[in-house]
Design a protein around this ligand. Structure first.
Ligand code: NDP
Ligand code: 2IT
Length: 444
């Protein structure tokens, strides 16, 4: 058995109860064979694959908070510090009832490679809680965030570990978390990113993941002699990533016809009215079904179904495993040209392979959604030098980073004889930098 297969079997046996984590490891390992086989002895001697699949540490804690009736409620908090070979741990905090250690480990593992691809000095980590912000009052969200930070502050710092937003964690939550960190430590430092503009946040961070995704899509299409102008675009989700992906897709001449949330999806043949979606989601914190109330000519369907609509480009921007094999078959049947992930691991391995085998340009999230964390890295830089850059300056840097990521993953795939396989390209390029740093720094 090869070194790679041997370690994969060990990880599968040890963490058989963590399906999302194993899915992320399998996807990366499948791409690494050509790299590992070239230098198998060295990697085995260095135990690189054993080290890269085992987090540096994982912290789990109780989060007690008082609800509006005066009752104490209890959630579980997590922070997984996966790998800091190339910089301080960096990655978001997810607040969603589905959060467990497997989900946080899969996200932290992916983050290591994603952050490496940005070219910025950031290691990988992820955290969160099974707390559900939906239906909670602002005061309850604040109580939760303050309690969460009262434990988390011990393990983070501007040069140690820098959390940010993810599902369920937006500007409101980051504000409450930052306030509590400052109260406890007395430090005014860049310990979180995605902060408000009045207290150290960066321009473009709100838009960065969605805009970055479209900068990459644009580069991908350009490389294949095509462009976004006039293309029909499917987007899933209606959160931070989905909204700003839709905004940039429209600015670049695309026609976005779908968006969704966990209860249903909308199809607007005239093109999504994004001001309306922003009002529903960012202001009212409402449901996507409300879109039809305001725009009766659009269709609303309960459940899932975004991928059944004919389109040129599909951008899954909601959550993991939301694009399944039957969805991939529908997309191919309807002539989709490109699928680029805004969410983390939204496409199953089976669906990914089907798309690739049928000539669809497929870019994995660790490359295509890296604009969010890259701009977080730019926020850290601004905090360190105590300056704020203009919108144009940050946006230009983001564009440069996304273009660079596309070129880097395309080149890595080609170098190993897999031109056009951007999954392999992203995994190989992301892995190589981290591993070189690990070897240089010795056994730890
Ligand atoms: P938000 O919380 O802003 O939005 C999430 C959206 O996805 C909502 O529309 C939500 O619907 C939907 N959704 C979440 N969970 C599920 C589920 N289990 N089933 C169906 N729909 C679901 O999160 P973000 O936009 O920030 O994150 C979306 C994805 O992008 C995640 O995978 C995240 O990890 C990834 N990502 C985020 C980055 C960022 O900067 N924010 C950076 C890189 C990746 P509902 O409101 O009904 O729950
Ligand atoms: O998945 C991700 O890259 C994020 N949620 C953003 C992380 C960050 O630190 O900005």
């Amino acid at each position: 058995m090869s070194y790679l297969q041997n370690v994969l079997s060990q990880v599968e046996a040890k963490y058989s109860y963590q399906p999302e984590f194993l899915q992320a490891v399998r996807e990366v390992f499948e791409s690494l064979a050509p790299v590992i086989n070239k230098n198998e002895k060295l990697y085995e001697q260095e135990a690189i694959l054993e080290r890269i699949t085992e987090p540096d540490r994982q912290i789990q804690f109780r989060v007690p908070w008082v609800d509006d009736t005066g009752k104490i409620r209890v959630n579980t908090g997590y922070r997984v510090q996966f790998n800091n070979a190339i910089g301080p741990y960096k990655g978001g905090l997810r607040l969603h009832p589905s959060v467990n250690l497997s989900v946080i480990k899969f996200l932290g593992f992916e983050q290591v490679f994603k952050n490496s691809l940005t070219g910025l000095p950031m290691g990988g980590g992820k955290g969160g809680s099974d707390f559900d912000p939906k239906g909670k009052s602002d005061r309850e969200v604040m109580a939760f965030c303050q309690s969460f930070m009262t434990e988390l502050y011990k393990y983070i710092g501007a040069d140690e570990d820098v959390p940010a937003g993810d599902i369920g964690t937006g500007a409101r939550e980051i504000g409450y978390l930052y306030g509590q960190y400052k109260r406890i430590t007395g430090l005014y430092e860049g310990v979180l990113t995605g902060k408000g503009l009045s207290y150290g946040g960066s321009l473009v961070r709100t838009q960065a993941t969605g805009y970055g995704l479209l900068y990459l899509v644009n580069e991908l299409l350009k490389d294949h002699g095509d462009g976004l102008d006039g293309k029909t675009v499917l987007i899933s989700g209606a959160g931070n990533v989905a909204i700003y992906a839709a905004e940039k897709a429209q600015q670049l001449g695309g026609k976005v016809v779908t968006m969704s949330d966990s209860t249903g999806w909308i199809y607007d043949k005239d093109g999504i009215d994004l001001a309306l979606v922003k009002e529903i989601k960012e202001v009212r914190r409402g449901r996507i079904s409300e879109y039809k109330d305001a725009k009766p000519s659009a269709d609303y369907h309960e459940g899932r179904g975004v991928w059944s609509v004919p389109a040129d480009i599909a951008l899954p921007c909601a959550t993991q495993n939301e694009l399944l094999i039957d969805d991939a078959k529908d997309l191919v049947k309807n002539g989709v040209k490109a699928v680029c992930e805004g969410a983390n691991m939204p496409t199953t391995i089976e669906a990914t392979k089907y798309l690739q085998e049928n000539g669809v340009l497929f870019v994995p999230g660790k490359a295509s959604n890296a604009g969010g964390v890259a701009t977080s890295g730019l926020e850290m830089s601004q905090n360190s030098e105590r300056l704020s850059w203009s919108f144009e300056e940050v946006d230009a840097k983001l564009k440069g980073i996304m273009t660079g990521i596309y070129q880097n993953i395309a080149a890595a795939a080609a170098e190993y004889g897999m031109a056009g396989n951007y999954v392999a390209g992203a995994n190989i390029a992301g892995f190589s930098k981290v591993v070189n740093a690990m070897i240089a720094q010795g056994a730890y």
